[in-house]
Design a protein around this ligand. Structure first.
Ligand SMILES: [Zn+2]
Ligand SMILES: [Zn+2]
Length: 342
């Protein structure tokens, strides 16, 4: 059991400097030793091609469009987009009732033509092609004067409400900054003004000095369990040098990011010997044309599992007051570090 500073094994709160929000940590509830059991769940045997899948190459989608016979990645506009491209900018204020038109673009990114793969099972070179798509889409969507933010994400697994196992992610590009990006922009701007350096660059330096929450690292990226993590095995992937958005990634950094994603998703799958569900996504600088020296590109992985068959729920106190966790982020990092050892 590792506990930070002089807090020992007693309940405490940790601050997320990116959002200004707190998480309640209760390590004393985890004093029982970890059982170390791996409840092996039989692998679901998916076919490499599913004629009924709307993402497989050559198949028909619900709107009648046919997918090309793609060999690597395939990107298209979501047939049931959550955002309209041409919503009016009108703002409505009637006392406390405030609303505004919001337009945007929803894209779907197929990671591979293989129906049965996941990031954890894909070759690093093929994940690098997915990274290339994220760069391309960020640059192209961001160049549209209507688009102020590009959110790249993946919902993996039925537990996360993902109905189709075909490896794919989404990109939602919006006119305005969504809540999380707005909070992180404010916090990082304030930090840069106060300290003259990006918040996440300083944070990574602290973590590399302490080495309590580092999960894995390569030449360009570090994977760690953030000090303020809410989910049992929550992680972030951070670049070593200041990189505000996907558009600034050098070729060798794209390859290193692909390697980091492969490493982390394999660790997750190995943890309980199940295909690990998660929501993951990247935060990057707004695409309003400004430099945004405060921003540091990063990935968040939010996996719901506590054990192979037990998921964490955000209910009760967490919905009404603040998130709470028993397993410390230090222990989560230890378990992920050990997952690929030996
Ligand atoms: Zn498929
Ligand atoms: Zn973030």
């Amino acid at each position: 059991m590792t506990a930070p500073f002089e807090l020992g094994d007693t309940s405490h709160r940790r601050l997320n400097p990116l959002t200004g929000e707190w998480v309640l940590v209760s390590p004393h509830r985890m004093r029982r030793p970890w059982q170390g059991q791996r409840e092996a769940v039989p692998a679901t045997n998916l076919p490499a091609y599913d004629p009924a899948c709307y993402l497989c190459a050559g198949n028909m989608r619900a709107n009648g469009a046919r997918n090309p016979a793609y060999e690597h990645t395939f990107v298209f506009d979501n047939d049931f987009a959550a955002l309209s491209r041409d919503a009016p900018e009108t703002r409505v204020e009637r006392g406390l009732l405030v609303a505004e038109g919001e337009s945007g673009i929803c894209r779907v990114v197929c990671f591979s033509p293989r129906h049965d793969l996941t990031l954890a099972k894909m070759e690093v070179a093929d994940i690098a092609r997915v990274v290339d798509v994220w760069v391309e889409e960020t640059v192209n969507l961001g160049a549209d004067p209507m688009i102020g933010a590009v959110q790249i994400f993946e919902n993996r697994g039925e537990m996360m409400g993902c109905s189709n196992p075909h490896p794919h992610g989404q990109i939602w590009a919006t006119r305005r900054l969504p809540n999380e990006v707005q909070k992180e922009t404010h916090a990082q701007t304030r930090y840069l003004l106060d300290h003259g350096r990006p918040l996440l660059v300083d944070y990574l330096a602290e973590e590399l000095a302490l080495r309590e929450r580092i999960v894995a690292e390569n030449d360009h990226f570090v994977t760690l369990a953030p000090f303020w993590a809410v989910w049992p095995f929550e992680t972030m992937i951070l670049p070593r040098r200041p990189i505000a958005g996907f558009g600034e990634l050098r070729p060798e950094e794209r390859a290193a990011l692909a390697a980091a994603l492969s490493d982390l998703t394999r660790r997750y799958d190995r943890l309980f010997d199940v295909s690990f569900p998660y929501s993951m996504g990247f935060h990057q600088k707004p695409t309003d044309g400004d430099v945004h020296a405060e921003w540091q590109l990063h990935a968040h992985f939010y996996p719901p599992l506590l054990r192979a068959s037990v998921r964490k729920f955000m209910v009760g106190y967490e919905l009404l007051s603040e998130p709470q966790r028993d397993l410390t982020p230090e222990d989560g990092a230890d378990r992920l570090r050990e997952a690929l050892a030996g």
